[in-house]
Ligand binder design. Structure first.
Ligand SMILES: Cc1cc2nc3c(=O)[nH]c(=O)nc-3n(C[C@H](O)[C@H](O)[C@H](O)COP(=O)(O)OP(=O)(O)OC[C@H]3O[C@@H](n4cnc5c(N)ncnc54)[C@H](O)[C@@H]3O)c2cc1C
Length: 421
């Protein structure tokens, strides 16, 4: 069997990549051994940049989120030390939202109906013009490009002998999900040296993540009105593949990098990979190979996000009491600065064009709703508040696009992933 692009793994990263390629008219085949979604919600938090990207996937229902875009650092007794408020207005989505990963995965599986081979890749062999995938069933699949979205223990990465250096955190964490009456609407880092924890709202319930501090049984206090649906222990790692491209084989998502969940960005990083990769693959199939730009563009952002996740983890996992007092003092001081309060610790993608509200003859949509799918777009200043988006002329109701255009001599070019060139 032949295909243009083989996507290995139908987690959220492979699912979004394959959906975008299919919408762009690419002959894409997904190889995935499981026939049902992984039922447990792993990722729960997404930021405005990633929510905006998901909203650009044709036919994918809007991702439903709950919670306030705020993270609080509190003492073991629940006293507020500092807080961060994440503003997502420039992207048109909440700066932080909590969603249900299995729902997203089932929606992606429906979109990809008929394109999935229920099989597993066991080995990969590259030739000059294509790649042969050997499958567990004994059959083969030949593709022009292969993207390994097969998770942290990626067979694709292993088949290309790509190392996955990094480190594993010393202590495991217990993740407890419960359904029932919502008890809080913000993300909380509990900076308690005796019982480091994080806690957050999830659609229809709540999640606690608690660090194991000794050999005793440990579990959060689950209030009346909530019922525990699962309780799993994880040991988190921070690792990045040494190479994300070997010839016609690429890596994305957890196959390329993993980070502890303390910044809520592991899946976000994988989806940002897809944003940077899918249209490059479409171009490569048409003879324009800019695929090397994928890794060079994404690696620094993943490095910065991993650093942020490790820093947040180090703060919450502080075990000695004197160190915890010092950390609390530093957080209190930081919490007085506007930079910290605005969530400045989280790396932002400043290259995204602001997703302003644009009024075209009374039809008000976000800029993304006026941009063509899968193409570059030219934006020009045509009046005091008027902008031209290709042939469409409208009014920028928020003003951020106008400011940008004035700074850039009245014209900018936007890539298919809404990044300014
Ligand atoms: C407790 C916890 C909390 C988290 N919280 C967050 C959060 O709040 N926000 C966030 O952004 N991220 C979070 N993450 C991280 C996030 O869940 C992952 O980054 C994300 O699920 C990775 O998606 P993926 O598609 O890359 O890989 P996966 O979801 O692992 O999918 C890989 C797929 O590949 C398939 N596969 C494997 N081997 C093969 C093979 N040989 N052939 C074919 N298919 C194969 C598998 O069956 C699977 O379907 C959290 C993770 C954990 C564990």
């Amino acid at each position: 069997m032949r295909t243009e692009v083989a996507v290995v793994g139908l987690g959220p990263v492979g699912g979004v990549l394959a959906s975008l390629l299919a919408a762009a008219g690419v002959d894409v085949t997904v190889v995935e051994p499981t026939t049902d979604v992984f039922p447990v919600p792993r990722a729960v938090a997404l930021d405005d940049e990633v929510l905006r990207f998901l909203a650009s996937v044709p036919a994918l229902p809007p991702v439903q989120t709950v919670g306030r875009p705020r993270a609080e650092l509190v003492t073991g007794g629940g006293r507020l030390i500092a807080a961060m408020d994440f503003d997502g207005a420039r992207n048109g989505h909440p700066g932080l939202g909590f969603f249900h990963q299995p729902t997203l995965e089932s929606q992606l599986r429906s979109l990809l109906d008929g394109r999935v081979l229920a099989d597993a890749v066991v080995s990969i062999h590259q030739a000059a013009d294509d790649v042969e995938l050997r499958l567990a069933s004994g059959s083969t699949l030949t593709a022009r490009y292969v993207v390994g979205c097969d998770g942290a223990s990626s067979t694709v990465r292993g088949s290309q002998s790509v190392a996955f250096p990094g480190r594993t955190l010393p202590r495991p964490w217990l993740v407890v999900d419960a359904v029932g009456k919502p008890i809080a609407d913000t993300f909380r880092y509990v900076c308690d040296p005796a019982a480091p924890a994080v806690s957050m709202p999830v659609p229809g319930g709540h999640r606690w993540e608690t660090m194991r501090t000794g050999s005793r049984e440990y579990s959060p206090h689950v209030p009346v009105g909530l019922t525990v649906t699962r309780s799993v222990e994880y040991t988190f790692s921070a690792r990045t593949a040494e190479q994300w491209r070997v010839g016609r084989v690429l890596l994305a998502g957890d196959a390329a990098h993993v980070m502890p969940p303390f910044a809520g960005q592991g899946l976000g990083a994988g989806l940002r990979d897809v944003a940077a990769l899918w249209w490059r693959l479409v171009a490569a199939l048409q003879g324009v190979d800019e695929l090397d730009g994928y890794e060079s563009e994404r690696r620094p952002h993943v490095r910065a996000m991993t650093r942020t996740a490790l820093l947040a983890g180090a703060v919450v996992q502080t075990r000695s009491r004197p160190a915890a007092v010092a950390v609390r003092g530093a957080l209190k001081a930081a919490g007085l600065t506007p930079w910290f309060r605005r969530g400045g610790l989280r790396p932002r993608d400043r290259r995204l064009v602001p997703n302003v509200r644009v009024d075209v003859a009374g039809d008000v949509r976000r800029l993304d709703g006026w941009l063509p799918f899968g193409e570059y777009a030219d934006l020009r200043l045509t009046g005091s508040r008027q902008v031209a988006i290709g042939d469409v002329v409208g009014t920028d109701l928020d003003g951020w696009l106008l400011q940008l255009l004035r700074r850039r001599d009245g014209a900018v070019r936007v890539r298919p992933d809404r990044v300014l060139t």
